[in-house]
Every structure is written in C-alpha cells, then in structure tokens.
Design a protein around this ligand. Sequence first.
Ligand SMILES: Nc1ncnc2c1ncn2[C@@H]1O[C@H](COP(=O)(O)OP(=O)(O)OP(=O)(O)O)[C@@H](O)[C@H]1O
Ligand SMILES: [Mg+2]
Length: 547
Amino acid sequence: MSQQVPVIVLREDTERTSGRDAQRNNIMAVIVIAEAVKSCLGPKGMDKMLVDGFGDITVSNDGATILKEMDVAHPAAKMVIEVAKTVDAEVGDGTTTAAILTGDLLKQAETLLDKKIHPTTIISGYRKATERALEVIEEVSETVDPSGPDYKKILIDVAKTAMSSKFVSNSRDPLARIVVEAVLAIAKDLPEGEELDVDNIPRQKQIGKTVDSTELVKGLVLDKEVVHAGMPKKVLGAKIALLECALEVSKTEFDAKISITDPSAMQSFLDEEDRMLKEMVEKIVAAGANVVIAQKGIDDVVQHYLAKEGILAVRRIKKSDVERIHKTTGASIVSKIQNLSAEDLGKAKLIEQRDVADDKMLFIEGTPKSSVVTLLVRGGTDHIVDEVDRALNDALYVVRDVVIHPSVTYGGGALAAEISKQLRDYSATLEGREQYAVNAYADAVESIPNTLAENAGLDPIDVIVNLRKAHTEGKIYHGIEISKGKVEDMKKARVVEAALVNKQVVMSAAESAQMILKIDDVISSRGAPDMGGPGGPEGPGDFGADE
Ligand SMILES: Nc1ncnc2c1ncn2[C@@H]1O[C@H](COP(=O)(O)OP(=O)(O)OP(=O)(O)O)[C@@H](O)[C@H]1O
Ligand SMILES: [Mg+2]
C-alpha cells in the first residue's frame, strides 16, 4: 500500500553542512580572520592597507576598522567582525585582542573536538572559565581614586597605552594630555542623569601641519564659512538664532506655471518675494539676534539684508552640530521663522571665523549651558588625519571607561598571563572533562602575550616561560616590556588599561566562541555567499583530511 515518496524539504540548490564538518568549517573561517589581524597587535604591530571597490584606501591598525572594511563572505567570520564591532561600540578599544581571543578559543576547542570531547562539555567549561576570568580581572584590577593626586596622571597613562600601538605613538604624550583634558571638561558639568558620551566631544579633521599640531579648542568648531562678505567675522556677546527652517521662499511641490501678461504684475510678483524675504530678516532683528545659524539654506537676498544689519550668518549646519549648539548655548531649535522670539536665542561669549590651514572655520566659545570642547585633528594627508582620528577615538573611549568605572589593569600581557595562571589553578579543582576545556581556555588567553612577543620580534617561547615563572612567583603585574624586550612589572612601566575594556573583551570573545561551537548544522539557501563546503576548492575537505 504505502509507497515510498521522496520528501523534498530543502530546495535543490540549498547547501548543507552538518556535524563535525560544519564545526570545522566555521572554526577555520574564524581562525583565518583572527590570524589576519594578529600582526596588528601591540606597540610593534603593523598596519594594514585596505582598498575598497572604488579604489579608496584606508590605512589602519585599528582592529575594528580593519575588520569592518574587510569584505568577508563566510557567516561565521562575520560573527567575529560583530564581536569587534560590539567591543568597539561598548568600550572603544581592545578590538584586535577580542578577535584574536575568539580565534584562539576556537582553535583550542578544535583540538578538544579532535579528542572527541563533546561541544557541550567545551561550552560549559568555557562558561566556567569566563566567569573565573572575570573574577580575576576584578581581583587584580586596581581602583582609581577620582579625587586622588594621581588621578589625572593615571588617565594620561591609560590614554598613552591605547595610543602606543597606533601610528600616532610618537606624539602620544601631547595627545594623551589633550584627550584627558577633553574628557574631564565634559565630565565636569555633565547634566544629571546623562551618561558620559565620547560623541559629545566633536572632532574636526583638517589636513595640514603635523599630528603634533592637533589641538583642543574650548568651544565648538564648525567647518563653515560666514555666508556673506559684508557680514562681521567676529561677534562678542553673541545672541544666536538657531534655525531648522530655510531662509528662502519655499518652492511649491508641484511645478506651477504663472502666466504674467502685464509687466507691472511681474514687478509686484518679484516685490512680493522680496517682501517675504525681508520680513524674515525683520523677524530676526526684532528678536535681537546678532548671529544666525541655519541648518538649511539662506537666500542671497536674505544674506544681503542680514549683512546690512550687521548679523553674522552660517548655513547648512549638520543636524548633530545643531543639536550641540542647542545643548551648549541654550538656543531653541526654531522650525518656523514666524515663531522666533527673544527667548529662543542662545548665548556665547564669542563667535568668530578663523583661518585653519586653507580653510575658514567658525569657532563658538564661552557657552553658558554646558562646556563643549572640540578636537582639531591635524595631519599631513587624508589617511594620516583619519588614522589620528581613530587613535584619538580609542584614547577618548578608554579615558571615559576609567572615568565611569574607576578601575585599571596592567597591559603588555600581564593581565592575560595572570588570568591564564589562575585558570590553570582553577582547572585542577574541577572534575571531569571540563578540566580540559578550562585548560584550553587558559592556553587561548596566553595567545595575547604570545602574539605581542611575536610581533615585537621576541622569542615567544622564552617570553611565555618567563611570564609563567613570574606569575607563579606571585608577580601579578609582570608583562612584556616591549621596548626592552623583557618581562617586567607593567605597573612600573606604566602600561595601564581600563578594566572595563578587558572585561568586555573577555565577555564578547567567549560569548561568540561558544555560540559558534554550538552550531552543528549550516544550511545556506540559494544566493547565500559561498562557504567553501566540504570538498570545495577552499573547503575543509583537505584541511580535515587527517580525521
Ligand atoms: N608599552 C607597551 N608595552 C607592552 N605592551 C603594550 C604596550 N602598550 C600597549 N601594549 C599592549 O598592546 C595591546 C593592545 O594592542 P592594540 O591596541 O594593537 O590592540 P587592541 O587594543 O586589542 O585593538 P584596537 O586598538 O585595534 O581596538 C594590549 O595588550 C596592550 O597591553
Ligand atoms: Mg588598542
């Protein structure tokens, strides 16, 4: 009676990899990505040049930037990029470390899988190891006293450490000072309940001079020129009208055709337009403004009348800058010029157009509501300015991290070596196969000092031996002093990091490694990127031939 009918569930062209093959395939992809950024880690790390489809070049050492620019097809590899992005968004630094750690956690897991240890055992071992690692970070981190005499010095050290692995490392002393001053200025009068956000420290990039000319401006800098030559270039005691609307006669949405037969009608038509524009200026004058900052355009006629009234005006301001001006000067964002009144005006002690390199920029200084600082980022070329900007971003973030969570750890692999040692001790207390997983985790964490040593041209085996010895002797702050090529106390060497960064790195890397380990089936439908399935040209068929 019953006849065997084939049941077709998946489309014919669906590609499916399951079990050990799927795991191997995913792990391999992650390792490839992690290996790609390994050479970037640390003060002696190298940079990468990335060229996109349009031929645009990015030169960077920043893990997150490199990974974001890479055009990766493999879904598991994309997950590592997500790790870097998360770490970048949360704490701003440690992205390369997170990618490397994810890769090594999976590399170690691979050897355990080969030993027939079940993925769930590895996952639960990794989970326990992560908990322990976070405890270790808590135990060895040092609390910073925000009212202590060394507070600023420590913040500067943290910023310097973050920048020492970047192109700007030679200028890290002055830059670190600028960064700390910027963060503290913003933190000082942070409105109640508002989080300290690095985005509130705008950065204005300007090609010219050198990295060392990067400066901190106590105020807001807009890359805008005063719109009319007849306007003042400097206004003391500025009263600012901040407009969201255009100072133009709005065009009709549909094409309208007006037939004018009489020349006098033509004149009255133009007069009417002129009257409307003049009225706008009158409204601004009546409100008592001497500066107009417009998000949209300003008609030539309006410019002319504003100039006649001695009012300084700039137009086409970015939405984010409009928000900033609103917050700092107290100006309301006016969306209808008819509604503008004296209460809407914001204040600033000085608004002035100044020359910066070949450009003219508008400086807004002495704002009453809250202070604002701008970093004027300088460098010889586009690519340099961009990389300086990224390094400053990392430094601003790590300083913020310590300000919001005043706790630091020591770098150069010191923390990693201690976590690794503690995990080995901890594994001895565990029963069963999880012990293997915790030991594997310890080995994976050691890949950080290992990579730092490799990149610095040191013998990683000697370095790891010395590190292990030091940590067994209880020297918890010993790490690799790269400039001397020796294992030394990193607290003395002042290689200081934010505890928050390290916690985030461990959590994110462990989470994604566990997630990838849990996958045993990859079903990719038509149109999905090629994953190099088993037996494919780049597939794990040859990679795993020894099983
Ligand atoms: N002077 C130093 N001596 C030894 N190690 C250092 C020194 N300065 C920084 N490091 C180490 O370099 C590593 C950081 O390198 P790097 O900044 O390239 O990577 P990342 O912070 O993980 O990623 P990214 O900055 O790209 O987001 C950390 O382990 C840090 O402790
Ligand atoms: Mg870094």
